[in-house]
Design a protein around this ligand. Structure first.
Ligand SMILES: [Zn+2]
Length: 295
């Protein structure tokens, strides 16, 4: 293997000669190549890890965004829940206020016709719960107790009409007798209706008398109510209860008819207190008022 002779000339320094063995040159070139390969390899590795880093960063950014949007969604949900809670509380407060108002109306009407004692009713002056003011539990319980007590009281009092679409054709008090034409005392009201229409109890109570009077009430039913009053239903076509039966308001007691001293299909309806009949019209209208105000 030969050597490489290199001669460099310059005007100032004269001539310089180098001798390079080919073997050394090859070694040197090999070393440079290896270094280049290594450098490229490291460079590629560096680039690789850089892009991986960038990818990771963008993934983290995407995750951050996802977390943020989830947090936003969560906030929206929580707001919705809070809104719904407030809406519920408002509705409850509204319902309780309405119940209180209704109770006060009922008490006023019932007290006015003497059906209940105004002293025994709850105080309505402290019902100031606004729509957004949650009522304390005591208030809710008091309201429900008051409504329960009213319902219990009204269930015991004969109220309303004994059958649908009844028309008062003869009032309570002195009237001309339909048979004799003379002045006579009418102890109830006559209610015109269709023959065989179902007749209903006007309050909770117990049947105390079922009878027949050919020259009087015809087929009749007498019911005692918990408030101490009694109701009497006359001229029935058919009686469907027996003495001792316990009734709820609305239970059918028989059918409208024309039995006894009657000039046509109608119901003779009486309310008595301490055995004395009185004009039932106020209690009839109170019942109708409560029925209509309920819906
Ligand atoms: Zn009558």
């Amino acid at each position: 293997m030969g050597d490489l002779h290199i001669i460099l000339t310059s005007e100032s320094a004269g001539t310089r000669a180098f001798t390079l063995s080919l073997k050394r040159l090859r070694l040197t070139l090999g070393g440079v190549t290896a270094l280049l390969v290594l450098a490229l390899g490291f460079g590629a590795f560096g680039l690789n890890s850089l892009s991986a880093l960038r990818e990771r960063q963008s993934r983290i950014a995407a995750l951050d965004q996802q977390v943020e949007s989830l947090a936003q969604e969560n906030r929206t949900f929580q707001q919705t829940i809070a809104d719904l809670r407030e809406e519920n509380a408002t509705r409850l407060a509204d319902a309780l206020n309405a119940l209180n108002t209704r109770s006060a109306d009922m008490e006023a009407v019932l007290a006015q016709v003497g059906v209940i004692d105004p002293e025994s009713t709850g105080d309505s002056s402290n019902n100031t719960g606004g729509p957004y003011e949650p009522l304390p539990l005591e208030g809710i319980q008091a309201t429900l107790l008051r409504a329960d007590s009213l319902l219990e009281q009204t269930a015991a009092v004969p109220l309303g009409l004994p059958f649908d679409n009844a028309v008062i054709t003869s009032r309570f008090g002195v009237r001309k007798d339909p048979f004799t034409g003379r002045r006579a005392y009418h102890k109830g009201v006559d209610l015109r209706g269709e023959m065989h229409a179902p007749v209903h109890a006007t309050a909770d109570g117990v049947v105390v008398q079922v009878g027949y009077a050919r020259r009087g009430y015809g087929h009749y039913v007498r019911i005692a109510h918990p408030d101490g009053e009694e109701t009497l239903f006359g001229h029935l076509a058919k009686v469907s209860v027996q003495v001792g039966d316990t009734l709820s308001r609305g239970d059918v007691i028989g059918q409208l008819g024309n039995s006894g001293r009657s000039t046509g299909p109608h119901l003779h309806y009486e309310i008595r207190r301490h055995g004395e009949a009185f004009d039932p019209v106020a209690q009839i209208w109170v019942g109708e008022f409560l029925n209509h105000s309920r819906s």
